[in-house]
Design a protein around this ligand. Structure first.
Ligand SMILES: C=C(C(=O)O)c1ccccc1
Length: 356
């Protein structure tokens, strides 16, 4: 039926097809300034035939950074650098949103301002590693945010949204998935607060909705997406009852009229486990499915009501993934040694079908 290649308007963003480039961290930004460069312009331009590009996770503040060489969207210089990317994608007729990221406890003192401890809902170590200038290192034990600091974190999301608008993006995606700050607040393995942001489901989901409210106050909901991973244990998170935690979230999101809800269906980059279709049935808006999709699964799930499909790893090695899916052409395999860090090798040098 080739539903994958039909247009869709997601909120206020008009998409030429249902193929979305999922956020992919590639660690090639300037580590000091958090600025992207001409390599990023070329990389995203090459992939502009996607119905929508979601950028790599991009930190909203210095505190929100957790790995070396990830980009930011909170300074004038970062805005100017991203503007070259959005201009290039738009010149190709593409659409692109930036994923707004705060890593929470998935960070290291050497990456934090003034070598401070990373911040989190509670002072519970993630038990995972991050990459610093010394290679893979255990994430540092975080400190719990004071209740009266949380307003500042929410404002950082709002500020980054203003910056994203100024950088020419078509919208923002709030990163609420994969064990980063907002997901740490949602899941009771990481959030053991005893204030209004911890304990009950209502309290643990409070920050997510306060961030959405603040982002939408800057840019209307038709330009705002949200990524969640209800069942994922990525980066050391866990929840004792994901259905109890996320059912009210999926229901309440119906009031928000977001551009889309992006769901990691199962384990991030892994098993398609968990009752994600039970949660999906609660949400009436534009739904984007992700996790291990190929053409056949995409067509099948589009026919049973998924609206958009986000492909991650396939977009690393196939800039023209849309064309390849359309032709049923073989896909290039990605070189894992160049997924994270480096330069053009394994980034902008993958061939298209029509390459000579
Ligand atoms: C932002 C990431 C995510 O959402 O999982 C990420 C970060 C580092 C490596 C892979 C993925």
């Amino acid at each position: 039926t080739d539903a994958l290649f039909t247009p869709l308007t997601a909120g206020k963003i008009e998409l030429a097809n249902r193929v979305v480039m999922a956020p992919l961290t590639r660690n090639r930004a300037d580590d000091e300034t958090g600025e992207v460069n001409d390599l990023h312009v070329e990389y995203y331009r090459q992939r502009a035939s996607a119905g929508l590009i979601i950028t790599e996770a991009t930190q909203i503040s210095p505190e929100g950074k957790g790995y070396i060489q990830t980009p930011g969207i909170h300074t004038d210089q970062q805005i100017a650098a991203w503007k070259k990317v959005t201009d290039a994608v738009h010149a190709e007729g593409g659409k692109i949103v930036v994923q707004l990221w705060h890593v929470g406890r998935i960070s290291h003192t050497s990456i934090q301002p003034a070598d401070q401890a990373p911040v989190a809902p509670s002072a519970i170590s993630a038990g995972v590693k991050t990459f610093t200038k010394n290679g893979f290192e255990d994430t540092s034990t975080p400190r719990a945010l004071e209740t009266d600091e949380i307003r500042r974190v929410i404002e950082d999301f709002a500020h980054a949204t203003r910056c994203a608008k100024a950088a020419g993006f078509d919208g923002v995606e709030v990163h609420g998935a994969n064990g980063y700050l907002l997901d740490q607040f949602l899941k009771d393995g990481a959030n053991q607060r005893d204030d209004r942001y911890g304990g009950s489901v209502e309290n643990r989901t409070r920050l997510l909705f306060e961030v959405l409210d603040a982002v939408i106050a800057e840019w209307d909901a038709g330009h705002v997406g949200l990524r969640l991973s209800p069942f994922s244990n990525a980066n050391g998170v866990s929840d004792s009852d994901p259905m109890a935690t996320f059912s009210p979230v999926f229901e309440r999101l119906n009031e928000y009229k977001l551009s889309y809800l992006h769901v990691v269906e199962g384990q991030t980059g892994g098993e398609r486990d968990g009752q994600f279709d039970a949660l999906r049935s609660l949400f009436k808006g534009t739904y984007m499915g992700n996790n291990g999709y190929d053409y056949d699964l995409a067509e099948k799930r589009l026919s049973d009501g998924v609206d958009l499909v986000a492909f991650g790893r396939p977009f690393i090695a196939n800039p023209d993934l849309v064309e390849r899916l359309h032709q049923g052409a073989p896909l290039n395999e990605g070189d894992q040694d160049t997924f994270y860090g480096g330069g053009e090798k394994g980034y902008t040098d993958y061939p298209t079908l029509t390459a000579a």
